[in-house]
Design a protein around this ligand. Structure first.
Ligand code: PLP
Length: 401
């Protein structure tokens, strides 16, 4: 008998399974709306020109390829915090009290945050919005935290259940950690308004709760990275001991390079040093140190005005293409005389549309139309193109009649 015979076969990841089914389909009209990655209007993976330019500069510089320190590149961490909180705020007194480390993208940032909570925080109950990114639960559970949920989405309006959210937050025991998607909520595309963020910040201060922001799509809601950072900036101003996980996968298109940052707002430099020292102790036996190329690209872009402006324009272009597809899909469904209301396609934000399609309708989309998406009805709008949007409207109309 083999030594490994007791290892059971695990289930396929639900999101990656959609791509497997898509790849097996010979229909030339097939559409993959499962992947959470930006595609251009040809449906192809997109490398930003600002990233290519930064890479050319790096190639010329012939940099060494030595190991980074365990906590990663310090300059990158500063740049990441500046991008999140704005140059004014990051130059203000007190900002040196931030503990920060480079992480294996947004996933790694959430995981390291969870690890630190499980090891050192007295109340490591992490509350996730219902629903949340499917990976949040295993990330925080595997880190050793207890995962709980709070009301977020209202299926009857395909919008935010703000009343329910506030009611649940009011009931949380003091010191609980509340995970908040900073913008472009995945999977629903539904975000609180500025006024609602203000109210949430005040409520969480009053209830002594700890905000844990996951910012994986900075720029994808409005096209402007500063506008999208409203919530973490407001919470910082209001004095929360907040945690922030940042991903550079989507907004810089650096998916496979695994570029991310985790930070903690502390009360003093000494406290920040202690948190950083423990993050290093956690990271060293896991992966020793993070990868070097992606953070060099980000540094090159964020430290050079022309490149930064180019990146901001490209970011805006990605967001605008998605908004354009939202409008075309909605008007396409309305033009076909759909009796359903499709306002949420345009009122939701970011990369995803939580369509309200039932699992049965999603099944019909794949078997009858070769249109693939996750069972929960989440459409990756970044996968819709000018060429496929009319076909998609036909398909959705047919299965929702
Ligand atoms: N957080 C959310 C809400 C996400 O949707 C994602 C990716 O889909 C991530 C974090 C992490 O992505 P990555 O590890 O590629 O940065």
């Amino acid at each position: 008998m083999s030594r490994w015979s007791k290892v059971p076969l695990g289930p396929e990841d639900a999101i990656l399974g959609v791509t497997v089914a898509y790849n097996h389909d010979p229909n030339p009209k097939k559409i993959n709306l499962g992947v959470g990655a930006y595609r251009d209007d040809e449906g192809k993976p997109f490398v930003l020109e600002s990233v290519r330019m930064a890479e050319r500069i790096l190639l010329e510089a012939e940099n060494a390829m030595e190991y980074l320190p365990v906590a990663g590149d310090k300059t990158f961490v500063k740049n990441a915090l500046k991008l999140a909180f704005g140059s004014e705020c990051s130059a203000a007194p007190g900002f040196e009290n931030f503990a920060g480390m480079q992480t294996l993208s947004g996933t790694g940032a959430c995981r390291m945050g969870g690890e630190l909570l499980a090891r050192f925080y007295d109340a490591p109950d992490v509350y996730l919005p219902t629903p949340s990114w499917a990976n949040h639960t295993p990330i925080f559970k595997d880190a050793g935290c207890t995962v709980k949920g709070y009301t977020y989405y209202d299926a009857s309006t395909c919008g935010l259940d703000f009343k329910g959210m506030v009611a649940d937050i009011e009931k949380m025991p003091p010191s609980s950690v509340v995970l908040l998607h900073a913008c472009a909520h995945n999977p629903t595309g539904v975000d609180p308004s500025k006024a609602q963020w203000d109210q949430l910040s005040a409520l969480m201060r009053e209830k002594h709760l700890v905000p844990f922001f996951d910012m994986a799509y900075q720029g994808f809601t409005s096209g402007d990275a500063d506008v999208d950072a409203y919530a973490p900036r407001k919470f910082l101003k209001d004095g929360h001991h907040m945690i922030l996980a940042q991903s550079f996968s989507k907004n810089f298109g650096l998916y496979g390079h695994r570029v991310g940052c985790l930070s903690f707002a502390c009360d003093s430099v000494a406290e920040a040093q202690a948190v950083e020292s423990q993050l290093k102790i956690l990271a060293r036996p896991m992966y020793s140190n993070p990868p070097i190329h992606g953070v060099r690209v980000v540094n090159e872009i964020l430290q050079e005005k022309t490149l930064e402006s180019k990146w901001r324009l490209e970011m805006q272009g990605m967001a605008e293409r998605i908004t354009g597809m939202r409008m075309k899909l909605r008007s396409g469904l309305e033009a076909r005389g759909s009796a359903k209301i499709w306002d949420h396609i345009t009122s939701q934000n970011g990369m995803f549309c939580y369509s309200g399609l039932t699992p049965e309708q999603v099944g019909r989309l794949s078997t009858e139309w070769s249109v693939y998406l996750t069972k929960n009805g989440r459409i990756s709008m970044a996968g819709v193109t000018s060429r496929s949007v009319e076909y998609l409207a036909d398909a959705i109309h047919a299965v929702t009649k």
